[in-house]
Design a binder for this molecule. Sequence first.
Ligand code: ATP
Ligand code: LTN
Length: 334
Amino acid sequence: MSTELPSNKTIFSGIQPSGVLHIGNYLGAIQQWIALQDANDAIFCIVDEHAITVPYDPKTLPDRVLDVAATYIAAGIDPEKSIMFIQSHVSAHTELAWLLSTIAPYGNMSRMTQFKEKSKKLSSKDAISLALFSYPVLMAADILLYGTHVVPVGEDQKQHIELTRLLAERFNAQFGETFTIPEPYISQTSARIMSLADATKKMSKSDAEKSYIALTDSPSVIRKKIASAVTDTDTAFSFAKSGPAVKNLLAIYKAFSGKEEQEIEKEFEKKTYKEFKTALADTIIASLEPFQKKYNDIRSEDTELRLILGKGMHRAQGIANATLHQAKKNMGLI
Ligand code: ATP
Ligand code: LTN
């Protein structure tokens, strides 16, 4: 895993439009994207075909997709520089996924922890789709179509990128040099923001609302959610020694305040949880304010957003179709 900021590379990442984006998505993924986009060629996708691998509402999906697109821009993605598009608009993704699935080892696929976790959440065995199982192969196709060098994601996606590397290596060995081998790029500090309700689980947009802070939550909602966030029995503010719940809140405070760990520990040394939580909520609210203003402006008028996504689609298709063509040729498909 790379630790220094990459430059002159092709960057690719994506987020599922499966609910409202939260501070975990921002700190774990989007914040890294913004830091990378200037010195690299960046491509950011809204992975709607991944979002339909679990039960979802087709009536609200279009809005969810536009919400994610608006989030990208409001958070600082520059659509003039970076490519921003919707996965289902570039059919090469599903086509390459099929080709890659022919060399995807069943054993590796069966060990994917996200599949196991998402399957557990579904009501019955019948609700577990083949698409949920093959989800990581579609993700590999997303990445490999663009000659991607670096994939900025949260810690939970590391295993999927390992699989992507394995598929690319296998393909190249079997059919000749075709794909670039990508590397994950994982934030050192906010790779895994935990749930406010249960610090043993990652913050997730498909869990109960009180477990996450949405990027669009109002100040009063943020205050309420932070006030009810679980803490540990002993009041101590230590990045090393506090329990998992407080460590998580401290990590969020650090990420949004930009302060050093020692400074934070000192700031709250003799304070109560209540005082700490008030400061934490204030910091999150102030940090999200400019984002929220921009988001509301962009989201209230779709035309511009749709134009950006249309332009992104054409740029993405150009790159993806060329790679797909080469992969098919190398596989002996005429
Ligand atoms: P879902 O609950 O629907 O699976 P999610 O909240 O996990 O969604 P994704 O769309 O799967 O979000 O992830 C988008 C990006 O955000 C990925 O790079 C992922 O690694 C990152 N991410 C998601 N949750 C967290 C978290 N709690 N902490 C840090 N990064 C996260
Ligand atoms: N699987 C990822 C979303 C995702 C992605 C990608 C991330 C789909 N395709 C390509 C990076 C690159 C997730 O669940 N967060």
